[in-house]
Design a protein around this ligand. Sequence first.
Ligand SMILES: [Fe+2]
Ligand SMILES: [Fe+2]
Length: 288
Amino acid sequence: MVSVLIDQNDRFLDILERLSSKSVEDYYNPYKLFEWPDRLPENMWWMSPELTTTYGTAAAERLTQEQLYALSRYESINFYSLNVHGIRELLIEVTKRIHTSGFETPSEFFHHFIGEENEHMWFFAEFCLRYGKKIYRQPAGASVEIPRSDVESLLVFARILIFEELVDHFNSKMALDTRLHETIRAINRIHHQDESRHIAFGRELVSALFAEVKKNSTEQELADVSAYIKRYMTYSFESLFNPQVYRDAGVEKPQELRRELLQAPARAKFEQSVFRKTTKFLQKAGII
Ligand SMILES: [Fe+2]
Ligand SMILES: [Fe+2]
């Protein structure tokens, strides 16, 4: 079904080659790269305030500066926890496909991808365990079944791309935010560097897989793909709003706060900014 990936056009091959050599050139030892102070100061932002879930809402006005700092601390642990879970799932899917029929062409790149993601998962988990003393559990509904069908690989790689683009929105902003501790900025900077390659690759792969699916699908099947992808985007965005985070930050009715924030007028703008580039890409490709 993905024969298109075997004899791909020159453009895809060039991109794969360029991204693979870039991976080799940029290779680093994550276990030596970062400074891990014993503690990070508590009276500062751990996440850019504009990226926290209460930003611009009435709820934020009810909180003291100290509570807002605490919230940013737990939200940052939640963000890196989501990374750990997202990476575990994408590693399973990519590992399932490497060197199997249909994936001959991208397999060389998959080796870099798998290696890099394993290292990302390590430094995100390290951050959570050191500074949060835990990894938040994966939110319910995470393993929303991917329908087993001809479109399975398309949905898998579209999910991976959406996840990586969401994360990158945060990484690219926090890497540059001078209000954050250098250790936090470094993690975001390094991840952003690697993810630029993964996202460039993901867009090519998803476009190629979609072109193939389109040839063999009815209107209804394409509408189902579009609906599935939109649902996945909503789910990913909502996983940023974790009631356990609100509880840890001392909020009395965490579920109520979550509901309030998801219904707040600020939500739409936040969601649009997180997925601005992703939506543009998916629309242009005709996927949604
Ligand atoms: Fe990553
Ligand atoms: Fe990645």
